[in-house]
Design a protein around this ligand. Sequence first.
Ligand code: HEC
Ligand code: HEC
Length: 252
Amino acid sequence: MKRLLRSAGVASLLLPVLLAGPTPAHSQLPDEFTNLQVLPEDMPPRQLVGVMRGFAVGLGVRCWYCHVGEEGQPLSEYDFASDDKPEKRKARFMLEMSMQLNDDILPGIAEFAERAEPGLRVQCVTCHRGVPLPRQIQDIVTQTAAADGVDAAIAEYRALRERHYGTAAYDFGEQPLIDAAGELSDDPAAALAVFDLALEHFPESIQALVGSAQVHQVQGDADAARAALLRAQEIQPNNPQIMRMLERLGNP
Ligand code: HEC
Ligand code: HEC
């Protein structure tokens, strides 16, 4: 597994870190590292800490997420060399993967067309955006709805929004909820609940109003469908799709 880091590789891993903070954590670490399998064995401590901070910031975690040690414990008491935690073993695999992407795979674009200028390098944060498991929010909603029901999915959405709103972790815009509701269309009650969640945050969402109208129609609830469409028409009086749907529904 041992391979040499090209210098550009190390530099790219370091980049987010130089901005990340001044604490001299490296002074609390061992001078010699005994279990570096991917990074160069003789990496200077200051540089290694920089790479590690990049991991931590990229995933929105602390050192103990991967290493044997506890929050609040001095770093000097951590067992950094241990591979006991599966998170560390996964992170090592990810490090290899990122290096292969940057050093072996992405340069291959040049065979087909010029590369972007200035060049980009894949970092942990490129995929992880500050969370350990880089799932899309619409997938979280549909997967939790399938496993534990739509109420659990909505509770999870609210909790994630509370915690991560304003960061790059998840897209709390309108579209992922519309997509999730669409995915849930086999379960009309679940789809409606997710459209309602979208409307709670985006009361003028034409997509959510028209989407709920369609689900109400499928359920045979013409009154509810009409009400949603009339609300949509207040917002967009000249939208031809809304006019057509209202015509087709006829008068109450
Ligand atoms: C996302 C997981 C992850 C996080 C978070 C993380 N590390 Fe690491 N760390 C690793 C991996 C993986 C290695 C081994 C790299 C290799 O094999 O080349 C490692 C190796 C080390 C080593 C070398 C241990 C040895 O003797 O071989 C030290 C020291 C270290 N990390 C310190 C830290 C510090 C300090 C933090 C918090 C700022 C931190 N790490 C955060 C995954 C992580
Ligand atoms: C190309 C996208 C991508 C990059 C770059 C990437 N990861 Fe990941 N990472 C993923 C995906 C996708 C998963 C989920 C894998 C799975 O299905 O178990 C994941 C999972 C992980 C996990 C396990 C999380 C868990 O709860 O199971 C760790 C730890 C991790 N990555 C660390 C890193 C570190 C550290 C880096 C940078 C060196 C990195 N990743 C770079 C996409 C990426």
